[in-house]
Design a protein around this ligand. Sequence first.
Ligand code: HEM
Length: 241
Amino acid sequence: MSYLDQLLFGYYPYICLTVFLLGSLLRFDRDQYTWKSDSSQLLRAGQLRWGSNLFHVGVLFLLGGHTVGLLTPHFMYDAFISAGNKQLMAMVSGGFFGVLGFIGVSILLHRRLSDDRIRLNSKTSDIFMLWLLWVQLALGLATVPLSAQHLDGSMMMKLAEWAQRILTFRAGAPELLAEAGFIFKMHMFLGMSIFLVFPFTRLVHVWSGVGTLAYIVRPYQLVRSRRLGMTPSTPLSQRQN
Ligand code: HEM
């Protein structure tokens, strides 16, 4: 195994994860007013509706799919689905949602670069990040025909084992990628890099999107009307109109 492989797939994941977690925490602590999705809807709504919706539907599915697909240990699904069929499912669903996301991000990128008002209001990080996502989605889609050349699921199993070893701090992770092709490795490298730049961009809004799930289990809101002189403990007969 080359030193570069060891560096990029053995050490780099930990650098990215550390910057991602610590960086997000520090930004939330220090700069809460910059913690936003920075919508440009007020500047131009038309193309945003299609671009943003297609992109978000695609990318949210891919995010969930990658998390479940890569991090579920083999023994947990072994009895229900073979590695080959799991790979096929990932290729078909990932291909479909990948195309949606790619069309979406292409519209967003076109809109950001071609509309003067949006361009003037864009930070370098906004444009850089859209390009990063564009290339990353293109690379992800390019892996689909490559995976079709080995439908037994063996490569996918190795990639999943790599991710699980990294996250559980087990040795021998980069060695698993010995046979992975250049496109796979680029896709993995850029994927990790998205975590690296995450805290420095508007991507921090993804934390808030995930955080909204807490609304499902939070206690209901208690509304007390000062005008009507009502508190929950005031009996009805004593309340003023
Ligand atoms: C977790 C749920 C998410 C929610 C609720 C959410 C919500 C939003 C909102 C409200 C905006 C601003 C409105 C707009 O411009 O469309 C936005 C923009 C954006 N989001 Fe998300 N988002 C989520 C997840 C993600 C994910 C996973 C990514 C990519 C990894 C992402 C990338 C972006 C980008 C690049 C923009 C800027 C689009 C542009 O104007 O050029 N979002 N998001």
